[in-house]
Write a protein that binds this ligand. Structure first.
Ligand SMILES: [Zn+2]
Length: 199
């Protein structure tokens, strides 16, 4: 089918979203253009604003437009405890499911040498700097229960032990191969509460 250039461009642009194939890209494009021009304008503004304005927290690597995110700045949180997660969405899941009051560190991925993801890509030198500052006393490893998530947990556990920091790992019950952000909050809460000394 011959779409006009701007329609074609919009359909192609939607394909950058995870899980969006040609059919759904087409559906979203027509929905916006036929029925919701205001929604389309708003989406365009939000995308542009976020793409330009959102960076990462210098301390925890969570998404934020400030140099240091609100959690890391908060004096209501325990700065001696860090929880290591793979994705920013995991923070949201843990905040909703648990009464955790410490801080986080976001890897934005997991060790995967075959895909070229090593310690540098995960910001582990930033984490090492934090360990060296001497404020952090404990780290809870909440990476996903996948082979790569486990390898990442082991790597960070070693770093932490070298810095004399106490290490625990969230309990199983999170389904093997599962993503933390999709686990129901009861299971997640249980896994978090049942974390065990690691290594
Ligand atoms: Zn932060």
């Amino acid at each position: 089918m011959a779409y006009s250039p701007l329609v074609r461009e919009l359909i192609d642009a939607f394909r950058c979203l995870p899980g969006v194939g040609p059919k759904s890209a087409q559906r979203m494009t027509f929905a916006l253009l036929q029925r919701d021009r205001n929604g389309a304008q708003r989406l365009a503004r939000a995308l542009e604003g976020a793409a330009e304005g959102v960076g990462e927290c210098e301390q925890c690597r969570d998404l934020t437009e400030a140099p240091i995110c609100a959690l890391c700045r908060s004096d209501q949180r325990n700065h001696a405890v860090l929880c290591l997660v793979e994705n920013p969405a995991d923070i949201q899941a843990l905040e909703e499911a648990t009464d955790y009051r410490g801080l986080y560190f976001v890897l934005k991925g997991r060790l995967s040498p075959l895909d070229g993801i090593g310690p540098a890509e995960l910001g582990l030198e930033v984490l090492a700097t934090r360990f060296a500052q001497g404020v952090v006393r404990e780290i809870i490893l909440a990476t996903n229960p996948t082979v790569e998530g486990e390898a990442t947990a082991q790597y960070v556990a070693e770093m932490a032990r070298d810095a004399n920091i106490q290490v625990s790992r969230i309990a199983h019950g999170v389904p093997l191969g599962g993503d933390l952000e999709y686990v129901d909050s009861g299971t997640l809460s249980h896994a978090f509460a049942g974390r065990t000394h690691y290594g």
